[in-house]
Write a protein that binds this ligand. Sequence first.
Ligand SMILES: CC(C)(COP(=O)(O)OP(=O)(O)OC[C@H]1O[C@@H](n2cnc3c(N)ncnc32)[C@H](O)[C@@H]1OP(=O)(O)O)[C@@H](O)C(=O)NCCC(=O)NCCS
Length: 322
Amino acid sequence: MKICELDTGAPETVRLVTQVWTAACGPDLAITERFARFNLEPAAGTELAGCVALHEGSPAGFVLASVTLHDVAGLQHPSGWIEALAVLPEYQRQGVGSSLLEWAQTWLAQRGCTSLRLGGGLRPFVPGLPVQLDREAFFRRYGFQPAQTESVVWDMAGLLDRYRPPDALKDLAVSVRPLQAGEEPELDAFLAREFPGRWRYEFQEHLRQNGRPEDYLLLWTSRGVDGFCQITLEDSLRPLDRFYMHGLPRPWGQLGPIGISAGCRGQGLGTALIDVALRFLRERGTAACIIDWTHLRTYYEKFGFYAHRQYLILYKELIRRA
Ligand SMILES: CC(C)(COP(=O)(O)OP(=O)(O)OC[C@H]1O[C@@H](n2cnc3c(N)ncnc32)[C@H](O)[C@@H]1OP(=O)(O)O)[C@@H](O)C(=O)NCCC(=O)NCCS
């Protein structure tokens, strides 16, 4: 078996990642080339690298890793991720996965990382290890441990033709509407104040890549913007494959992140925002919606959503070499 560094910008890498990931993870977690191409572009302020394991010249598995290049998205620098690791079923249990993981760990350690996370990078394939893959034992063997708090996150699914607003929905003096061109500075100022880390970074990335302004909805109170959420539709910048909606009726849609100003929480604003966002998605034809990467199961159950997929958040501490 030969390990070779990948050219992450090459079209053949897009095909390789799509095919190997889909074969290793199965149809529930299948991805398209559009998603692989999107994720093979490093997120701003990060470096991405990977390698392929070749058996007699043909791919047996690959790994992708990324690292911050400077302080970005409110994260400690350097922050490093194993973004994706996949070995074709016929080559599993032959040492391929461990060789690829070793390569990625060395690459990250050389860039100063002392702690690695599986998934959950700034342009993620997955938030963590999909529990359905049943690979916790592999990662534990190589020193990965579940996060000390909130080690499990969920994707919640809802069928929008059955959507009924929750009983707790109040008639509030707020308005919720899509971001209009020209209002970007208002949303950016709100995010700088309330969510200065990853969520602001993601909005700035969305603008940088000419994402559609209306994929953000704003909640306005008498004092200005006090809440926001992001949606993803089939034709959005961010490919919907990220949310692994196979088995749910199409067209698909996604909702999240969702955030309300710290000073206004507990007054029903979040419920009002989510209600408008779900009706907005339904009006645009969405049949099934995912609210992804959340700990708040019971909150979203109030909107008729149910647990669709579970992820385990795993970290590995690297010992810094002298
Ligand atoms: C996880 C994965 C990459 C491991 O690759 P692999 O090439 O099979 O792993 P290795 O052969 O290097 O494994 C070495 C050791 O890890 C452990 N291990 C590997 N697979 C395991 C499994 N399914 N269950 C329990 N332990 C496992 C074993 O102890 C194995 O040693 P052994 O050969 O003596 O039994 C592979 O199973 C895979 O592609 N899974 C689907 C994708 C995935 O889960 N990716 C993670 C999300 S990014």
